[in-house]
Design a protein. Structure first.
Length: 106
């Protein structure tokens, strides 16, 4: 593929988070959503504004699976969600609570 760039990924995401979400929580779609949003956020250099339908199509899973995954990631404090209005398309911010900066801000 021409123009494809591999973005860096924290070792923690593969070494710990994948096992936690896929193995322990039994929520593999949550890991896929987290990974996809993390890569999109890095690529865009800002929070990702996207609908459940668009995200589901990009990842290759059902819309209801994406909704459940987003809810789980928010509950686990791995994802922040904001909207300008209640009917607006959500803006997702990937959180990395394992980093030193996240620990200091608490």
């Amino acid at each position: 593929m021409t123009g494809t760039v591999m973005l860096p990924l924290d070792d923690y995401v593969v070494d710990v988070l994948m096992r936690d979400l896929v193995g322990h929580d039994r929520r593999p779609v949550s890991f896929l959503v987290y990974l996809w949003l993390a890569m999109e956020q890095q690529r865009r250099a800002k929070a990702v504004r996207i609908s459940y339908r668009e995200m589901a199509e990009s990842i290759g899973v059902s819309k209801s699976s994406v909704q459940a995954a987003v809810n789980w990631l928010v509950r686990r404090k791995l994802l922040g969600v904001s909207k300008e209005k209640s009917t607006a398309t959500p803006r997702y911010t990937v959180l990395r609570p394992w980093t030193a900066g996240a620990q200091r801000s608490r």
